[in-house]
Design a protein around this ligand. Structure first.
Ligand code: OX2
Length: 807
C-alpha cells in the first residue's frame, strides 16, 4: 500500500464510522480505524491461507494452550504486513504520532507469564515460518489482574480489556459447538449389540469461537488463533431464566486464573479446561471430515499439541469423539490419539504438576472420567509382565484418589518435551524418570525461543537501526544473521553507536519511571533488571539482600566508589500467594527507604514498576544493562526474559538454571556472570539433608545485619512481612538456598560493578550477547517442533514484496 492509499482508506473509515476528518480524529478513533484497515488488508491473505490449507490438504498443528499473551497487536501487525513505515509516515505527515494511537490498544493479557507469552511467540513464529498452525484457547472476559501498589502492598484490579471491543477478533457463530458438563452417564445397549454412552441431567453450554489472524512476517501467510467464549445455547434459554443461574454458566470463561505454577483445586477451572479442549477437538474433527479421508489418515493431516497439562483432557476427549460420536473401536481410536498428540512440560515444581481429585472429575466430566479409568486399566494391563509392578503403579493415571494429568499426557501422546536442555535432562533423569524407562523414544528437548520481531524490531528501534547500518537488514528476516555483528567486536564506532542506542532507551525508561513513580533516575547508572512473576524460587529476595548490602556499605562508607545502580523490578504475585506478596511489600518499603535517603547520594535507587505486562516489558528490556536470572538451579524450566534481555544487549548475572546454561554456552564465560550452586549440588543437599542456613547466618556478620534489617525496624512498616521472610530464611531453613548462594552472588555483582566502569569492555560483552541471541529465535524453535514432533511443512507462500513464490 502506498502512503496515499493508506491516507484515503483512513479518511474513508473515519468518515463512515465516526463522521470525522482525519485532522479532527483523536487517538481512539484513529486506532480503531487503522485497526479496521489492517484487518481488511490481512483478511484477504487470511482467506487465501486457510483456503490453501484446505485445498492442499496441508497437515496442520493445533496448539492448545489455556493461556495466550499476545500483548498489543497494532504495530506487530503493521510490521508483519510490511506497512509499518508507510503508516507511520502517513500519520506523521498529518502531525499524528503512531505511538499515541498504539497506546490506545489494551494489552491482550490472557496469560500469567512465560507459558502464555511463549504460546504467543510461537503463534508469531509459526506464521512467519509459513507453517500451517492454529492456536486454540479461551477468550477470557477479564485478563490477568491489573496490579497497583497501595502502601507498598499489591492490590489487584480487574482487567477490563474488552470494554471498548476487540478490533482484531472475528466472532464466528457458524462454527460454534455444544459442550456437555456435569450430570450422569450410563451405557445403553443398542440394537446392534454395541454399548453407547448416554448422558442425563447434563449441562449443555455453547462454545462460540472468536478468531484472530496471526500474521506472518511479510510472507502473505495469516494463521488463526481461535479463542472460545461460553454462551447459553438457545435450546437451553428456558432453563436459565434467573440471573444467578445464568452467571454460573457465563463465569466459565469470565476470568483467567491468576496463578502461575500452582495448582488450583477449583471446579470452574476444571470445567474451563474441558470447555476449550472439547470445543477445539470438535472443531478439528469437523474440519477433518470436510477432507473426506479415512480415519487412519488422521495423524497425517492433524497434529494436536498439549501446552502443559491444562489441555491434557485432549487425550480422553479425542477418544470420546472418535468412539462415541464416530463409532471407532477403542484400539483404533487409541492409535489415532497417540499419533496425533504431543505434550510439553514447563515445570518440575511439584505444586504445579496438575492432579485432579477423582470425585471432582466424576462430577464435572463424567464421560471423560470413564475413559480415563479405562485408559488407566488398559495401561496397567499392557505393562504387566514387561515392567516391574512398582514402576507400573508409580506411573498409573489414577493414584491417591487423583488423576495425574502429566501421566495422562505422556501415556496418551507420542512426544514429551522439556523447554531447555537442563530441564529436559532433569525430566529424564529425575522427575519423569519412570516414564523415560518405559518410553525413552518419546522424550526430547525443545529449548524455548522468542520472536525478535517484537523484542527487537518493534521494542528497540534505535538498536535495530544500528544493526541495519552495520550488518544489513537480513537479520530481520533471519535472526541467526545477528551473528554478523561479531565482525565488529573491535570496531569502536560500532561500540559507540550501540552504547548510544542503549542510552536512548534508558532515557525513555527514565522518563516513564519519573511519570509513574515520581522518582528520578540517572541514565549513567547501571540499569539492573529483574522482571518475571514473583515466586520464591525465582529469588527476587536474594536481589533484595544484595541491595541491602549496598545500602549498608554506603551508609558506613559514604565515600565508597560504587558505580551508581538503579534496581528495577517488575512482578505480579498470584493473589493467593501471601509469601510472594510479602516480598513485594518489603521491596517496596526498602525502595522507599533508599530512594528518600539523600545521604546515599543517589548511588542506588530501587524502582518497582507496577503492573508488569508485555507492554511494560517492551519498555524495560531495551533499557536494561544487567539481566537478573538468579533462580535456584534446577527450578526454572527455561525462562524467556533471559533471552529477550540478552537480545537487547543486557548482560546476564545467572545461576546455571534453565536456558541460562545455553546462553552461557552461546556467549562464552567472559560475557556472562555465572554464580551459585549447580543443579547437582542442589540435589546433593536434598539427598544428604545437610543444609543449615542458621550456620551460614552465624558465621557471616554482614549477612546477620542484612537479615536483621527485616525484623529490627531498619526497613520500616514491615513488622509482619519482615518477620515472615526472616523466619522463612532461618527458622524454616531457607528452602531456596539464598544464604548459600549469597556470597557468590555478591562477588558476581562486584565484578559487574567493576566491569561497567570500562565502557568499551562492557559494550563488547553486550555486543556478544546481541550477536549470539539469534540462537534463541522462536523461529528456530518452532521449526524444530515442526520437524521432529508435528511433522508439518512450510507452505509455498506468496511474498508480497517480491511478488514471487518462495518455499
Ligand atoms: C513457565 C516456566 O516457569 C518458565 O521457566 C518457562 O520459561 C515458561 O513456562 C515457558 O516454557 N507455568 N509457567 C511456566 O510453567 C508453568 C507450568
Amino acid at each position: 500500500m502506498t502512503k496515499e492509499e493508506i491516507k484515503q482508506e483512513l479518511r474513508r473509515r473515519l468518515r463512515d464510522n465516526y463522521a470525522l476528518e482525519l485532522e479532527d480524529a483523536g487517538p481512539v478513533e484513529l486506532f480503531y480505524s487503522l485497526g479496521e484497515l489492517v484487518k481488511a488488508v490481512s483478511n484477504e491473505k487470511w482467506q487465501k491461507t486457510w483456503k490453501n490449507y484446505l485445498t492442499e490438504e496441508q497437515k496442520q498443528v493445533y496448539y492448545f494452550s489455556i493461556e495466550f499473551l499476545p500483548g498489543k497487536l497494532l504495530k506487530s501487525n503493521l510490521l508483519n504486513l510490511g506497512i509499518l513505515e508507510e503508516v507511520r509516515q502517513t500519520l506523521a505527515d498529518t502531525g499524528i504520532d503512531i505511538e499515541e494511537l498504539a497506546a490506545v490498544e489494551k494489552d491482550m493479557a490472557l496469560g500469567n507469564g512465560g507459558l502464555g507469552r511463549l504460546a504467543s511467540c510461537f503463534m508469531d513464529s509459526i506464521a512467519s515460518c509459513g507453517l500451517p498452525g492454529n492456536g486454540n484457547g479461551i477468550r477470557y472476559d477479564y485478563g490477568l489482574f491489573k496490579q497497583r501498589f497501595m502502601d507498598g502492598y499489591q492490590v489487584e484490579l480487574p482487567d477490563e480489556w474488552l470494554k471498548r471491543g476487540n478490533v482484531w477478533e472475528i466472532r464466528r457463530e457458524g462454527k460454534a459447538c455444544d459442550v456437555h458438563l456435569f450430570g450422569n452417564v450410563y451405557m445403553k445397549r443398542l440394537a446392534n449389540g454395541k454399548l453407547q454412552p448416554v448422558g442425563e441431567n447434563q449441562t449443555t453450554v455453547r462454545a462460540v469461537p472468536y478468531d484472530t489472524g496471526m500474521i506472518g512476517y511479510q510472507n502473505g501467510i495469516v494463521n488463526t488463533m481461535r479463542l472460545w467464549s461460553v454462551e447459553i445455547p438457545a435450546s437451553e434459554e428456558a432453563k436459565y431464566q434467573n440471573l444467578t443461574q445464568r452467571r454460573t454458566i457465563e463465569d466459565l470463561t469470565a476470568v483467567l486464573y491468576p496463578d502461575d505454577s500452582q495448582e488450583r483445586g477449583r471446579l470452574v477451572r476444571l470445567a474451563q479446561e474441558y470447555f476449550f479442549v472439547s470445543a477445539g477437538i470438535q472443531s478439528i474433527i469437523r474440519y477433518y471430515k470436510k477432507l473426506n479421508l479415512p480415519w487412519h489418515s488422521f495423524s497425517e493431516k492433524i497434529a494436536i499439541h498439549i501446552n502443559d497439562t491444562h489441555p491434557a483432557m485432549c487425550v480422553p476427549e479425542l477418544m470420546r469423539v472418535l468412539m462415541d460420536e464416530n463409532g471407532l473401536n477403542w484400539e483404533f481410536a487409541w492409535d489415532i490419539t497417540v499419533k496425533a498428540l504431543s505434550y510439553t512440560n514447563h515445570t518440575i515444581m511439584a505444586e504445579a504438576l496438575e492432579k485432579w481429585p477423582i470425585h471432582l472429575m466424576k462430577q464435572v466430566v463424567p464421560r471423560i472420567y470413564q475413559i480415563i479409568e479405562e485408559i488407566d486399566r488398559r495401561y496397567v494391563l499392557s505393562m504387566q509382565g514387561i515392567h516391574p509392578e512398582d514402576l507400573i503403579q508409580r506411573t498409573r493415571l489414577l493414584q491417591n484418589d487423583q488423576v495425574y494429568m502429566a501421566h495422562l499426557a505422556i501415556i496418551g501422546s507420542h512426544s514429551t518435551n522439556g523447554v531447555a536442555k537442563i530441564h529436559s535432562d532433569l525430566l529424564k533423569a529425575v522427575v519423569l524418570h519412570d516414564f523415560y524407562t518405559i518410553y525413552p523414544e518419546r522424550f526430547n528437548n525443545k529449548t524455548n525461543g522468542i520472536t525478535e520481531r517484537r523484542w527487537m524490531q518493534l521494542a528497540n528501534e534505535p538498536l535495530s537501526k544500528v544493526m541495519d547500518k552495520w550488518i544489513g537488514t537480513s537479520w530481520r528476516k533471519n535472526p541467526k544473521n545477528l551473528k554478523l555483528l561479531l565482525n565488529f567486536q573491535d570496531n569502536e564506532e560500532v561500540l559507540k553507536q550501540l552504547r548510544q542506542a542503549k542510552l536512548v532507551k534508558k532515557a525513555e525508561l527514565a522518563d516513564y519511571i519519573w511519570e509513574t513513580t515520581g522518582i528520578e533516575v540517572a541514565t549513567d547508572a547501571i540499569f539492573d533488571v529483574q522482571i518475571k512473576r514473583l515466586h520464591a524460587y525465582k529469588r527476587q529476595l536474594m536481589n533484595l539482600l544484595h541491595i541491602l548490602r549496598l545500602y549498608f556499605q554506603i551508609k558506613d562508607h559514604p565515600e565508597i566508589d560504587l558505580t551508581p545502580r538503579v534496581f528495577i523490578f517488575g512482578a505480579k504475585a498470584a493473589p493467593s500467594y501471601s509469601y510472594a506478596k510479602s516480598i513485594i511489600k518489603v521491596i517496596n518499603e526498602t525502595a522507599h527507604m533508599i530512594n528518600t535517603d539523600s545521604t546515599l547520594q543517589g548511588k542506588i535507587k530501587v524502582i518497582f514498576l507496577p503492573n508488569y505486562n508485555v507492554s511494560l516489558a517492551e519498555k524495560i528490556i531495551p533499557a536494561a544493562d544487567v539481566s537478573e536470572q538468579i533462580s535456584l538451579a534446577s527450578k526454572e524450566a527455561s525462562g524467556t526474559s533471559n533471552m529477550k534481555l540478552m537480545l537487547n544487549g543486557a548482560i546476564t548475572v545467572a545461576t546455571l538454571d534453565g536456558a541460562n546454561v545455553e546462553i552461557k554456552d552461546a556467549v562464552g564465560n567472559e560475557n556472562i556472570y555465572i554464580f551459585g550452586l549447580t543443579e547437582k549440588e542442589v540435589y546433593n543437599y536434598y539427598e544428604n539433608q545437610d543444609y543449615s542456613s542458621q550456620k551460614i547466618y552465624e558465621e557471616d556478620k554482614e549477612l546477620q545485619r542484612i537479615l536483621d534489617a527485616f525484623i529490627d525496624g531498619t526497613i520500616p512498616n514491615v513488622e509482619f512481612e519482615g518477620r515472615e521472610i526472616y523466619d522463612s530464611l532461618l527458622k524454616f531453613n531457607d528452602e531456596y538456598f539464598l544464604l548459600r548462594d549469597f556470597r557468590d552472588y555478591v562477588q558476581a555483582q562486584e565484578r559487574i560493578d567493576l566491569d561497567y566502569k570500562n565502557w568499551a569492555l562492557w559494550q563488547k560483552k553486550s555486543l556478544a550477547n546481541i550477536a549470539n541471541a539469534g540462537a534463541f529465535s522462536a523461529d528456530e524453535t518452532v521449526k524444530a517442533y515442526a520437524e521432529d514432533i508435528w511433522q508439518i511443512e512450510p507452505i509455498f507462500a506468496h511474498t508480497e514484496k517480491e511478488g514471487t513464490t518462495n518455499g
